[in-house]
Design a protein around this ligand. Sequence first.
Ligand code: FMN
Ligand code: SF4
Length: 530
Amino acid sequence: MTHSPLKTVAEQAIRVYVPCDSAALSVGADQIATTIKALAAEYQANIQLVRNGSRGLFWLEPLVEVETADGRVAYGPVQPEDITSLFECDFLSGDPQHPLYLGLTEKIPYLAKQQRLTFQRAGIIEPASIEDYTAYQGFIGLKKALAVGPQAIVDEVKQSGLRGRGGAAFPTGIKWQTVLDTPAKQKYIVCNADEGDSGSFADRLVMEADPFSLIEGMTIAGIAVGANQGYIYLRSEYPHAHQMLNKAIAVAYQHGYLGNHILGSDFSFDLEVRLGAGAYICGEETSLLESLEGKRGLVRAKPPIPAIEGLFGQPTIVNNVLSLATVPIILEKGAAYYEHFGMGRSRGTLAFQLAGNIKQGGLVELAFGISLRELLEEYGAGTLTGRPIKAVQVGGPLGAYLPEHQWDTPLDYEAFMQIDAMVGHGGIVVFDDKVDMLEQARFAMEFCVEESCGKCTPCRIGSTRGVEVIDKIRAGDNIQANTVLLTDLCDTMTHTSLCAMGGMTPYPVMSALNHFPEDFQPTNPKTGGC
Ligand SMILES: Cc1cc2nc3c(=O)[nH]c(=O)nc-3n(C[C@H](O)[C@H](O)[C@H](O)COP(=O)(O)O)c2cc1C
Ligand code: SF4
């Protein structure tokens, strides 16, 4: 009997995608999935429900996609009560009549204009499906790494210009070279997945939407430096990422991508997830290592650097999730391809994370060099409240607050340093004109009081005194003298703290004071002044 291709097409189930990452789940994606299944049964529609990861267009979540002959068509944000009308509109054929119709997903401007390298598969694949991962170029980098060997891998990473995405922007290849060159019986690869910065979610998105890219990146790092053990130090507040990582790790073991003799080679690599201790300072690499060793998360003095004496005193690569998840594409496409993106010494792309008071919050992966203004206006579409933006904090809780005249600065590590700001992990938190910048400065100091590991005096005591001085300014007590005192205190913290926690807390404080001095005056209407 001959097989009719037409019949096969007619019988083929229609793929419907409902994301299962925590952002989509938090706005009801599970209920959407259940309701779609129930209505499909009622309408006798032959569907295959796929739980993909989010594409990072969070303001459109839950974003439901349907596979059509022209590509995937999106509807969003979908609420359970919309599903009957979606079926009535025949959304399974990609009907454009429904008010939630967004057209082809890839053509939604927010997504179409991005340059997705690290996030090339996010939202496209089913996260723990190794078939999906390999169908979208997965493990090509790993195979190349096994073929070329340690020094060639390190050279490729060096040439790509990749700098650590966790905040400090240290060249990844140089860190790897140090570990490769340090002789030891045991070496480790540690992934920093503590992601404690306010407004940051890119690490989580990688782990929930494309976990194999991290697994592959860590395995390549292991081959590069001769480490056979890896740990992912995961923020304990990420239960979905935890589940997804464990699922993907188990699948990778089953398919020979982890464990003994990876893909039949001489190289073996084991990988485990360890839950973090729930303190911001445990994201600092030496404190993280202490915590991973089962101790309290206290910062270690450097030197020795972890690349020479890291976990249990052994040479250790500590890299951010994004740094490691970017390595597979560098190996797959070559250093020159990656280096081609970006500007100056900031090569490749950065995952900008739009958060706070923003209309279109989400993930935007673009080459370094774009301006904050373009991100805020073209992608973010202004504030959610509709009021003008007053300040933007870039780079997490230790990042500076930027006033409007700085929004045209290109997002590049060096350009930002020149304006006393930092790009950090790419988190962008937006505030409208109702924000009180004195309150924000106080919050930064208070955050340091709460999160300081307590090892050194400038940070432990300085932040407490900082809150007190700001309170005096707020109370209108000797404002001028107390402002000078606050500036002196910040200067001391910057220059004498043991780590960047105390060393960078002055960035938000001083930027608030320098750029928004009116909020530090007795006439400040928001605090009442005196
Ligand atoms: C207080 C503090 C918190 C930090 N938190 C994180 C974090 O959550 N994730 C991260 O990757 N790096 C964090 N870092 C940076 C790490 O110390 C380290 O530079 C990074 O993990 C190195 O990886 P990379 O070179 O790939 O960026 C933090 C640093 C400080 C000072
Ligand atoms: S600066 Fe703060 S967090 Fe860093 S070592 Fe000193 S006390 Fe600990």
